[in-house]
Design a binder for this molecule. Sequence first.
Ligand code: NI
Length: 256
Amino acid sequence: MNKNYLIDTHSHINMIENISLDEIIKNAEQNNVKKIIIPASSASDIDIVYELSQKYENIYCYLGIHPEEAKDWSDLIANKIKIYAKSNKVAGIGEIGLDYYWDKSNIELQKEVFIQQIQLANELNLPMNVHDREAHKDTFDILKEYNKSSKVIMHCFSGSAEFANECIREGFYIALGGVVTFKNAKKMKEVAINIPLERLLLETDAPYLTPVPYRGKENQPAYIKYTAEEIAKLREISIDELTQITTSNAEEILSI
Ligand code: NI
C-alpha cells in the first residue's frame, strides 16, 4: 500500500472565482492532490457538484443542505439526493450541521433539517460531512441521539482538544484545514498533535481558510500541502507518513 498522494476531503471548487476549473484541477495534480470532494451547500449546488463529479474522474461530491441554507430543504431535494446517490461518485451527505455564528434566528429549523439529513445518510448508508460552527454541544448531542450507523466527519474542526477527544470517543473523524497553519491557532495545533492519526483527514474548505503562506488569498486544493506539512511538523512525523495515513483514512471512510 503506497498511497503517496493527498486527498482534499472538502473543497468548494465551484466557488473559486479567480482561476478556472481546469487550472484548479491542473494545479491540484501538479501538487500531488489526486482526489477532491466537493460539498453541496444550497439546493442549486446539488446539481452543480453532482455534475462536476460525473464529468471529472478525480472529483467526488457530498450532497446535502448547509445549515445556513436550511430553508432550501424539501422532500424534492431529499428525493433528488436519493437518485443521485446511486452514483459511486457521491461520497456522502454534506455539508450538513449547525451554524450559530451567522444566524441564530432559525436554530430550530437548522436542527430539524440536520436531523432529517442524518436519517437520510443512515438510510443511504453514506458517511456525513458535518459543519459545526459555534454549535459544538447541539451538533454533538444531535449526532449522538439520531445517528444510527453512518460514519461522521467533523469538517473544518474548530473545537478544543477536549471536544476533539469527545468526538473521537464517539467514533467520529476529524478533518483539519488551513487554520492549523496560522501562527496564533494554538487550540488547533493542540488538536492536530493529540488526535489519533487513524481518525485524521485533511481538507482545504477552498475558497476559504487559506493556509500560510497564502493566507488572505483565495484557497484552492493545491494548497492542502501546507496544511499537511504543518501537521507532520507538529507531530514530528514525515510528510509521507501523514499523507499515507490520511489518504487511506479518506478512501476507506468515503469508499472512494
Ligand atoms: Ni465548506
